[in-house]
Design a protein around this ligand. Sequence first.
Ligand code: ZN
Length: 116
Amino acid sequence: MKEWGNTKIPSRKSKKNALILSIFLGWLGIDCFYLGHIGYGIFKLVTLGFFGLIWIRDILAIFKDELIPIDVEEKLYVKCSTCGRSFDQYVQTKKYGAPSGYCSIMCAAKDKERNY
Ligand SMILES: [Zn+2]
């Protein structure tokens, strides 16, 4: 089974573990706690997997990579704040949203200079 994340930054969570948790304890939201979706996990705990409906749906969602851990980082193209050149960066989009940054140390320094 292919694990989450990419080879550069693999997820710290295991898909196999998540599936086992989802099948046996998904109706208590334990799979969501494991994946880092705490609010959603509490919802499942309180509603007992929304009476079994989202329990089953989430097992499939984990299997199909639709429900993924919060720590999975994606490769995104970011525009440099100084020169506007695009570069790629690995970011936790689920946690922090779209990033901004500099393509090089030179550009970071230049931008700092401008602020003085
Ligand atoms: Zn730049």
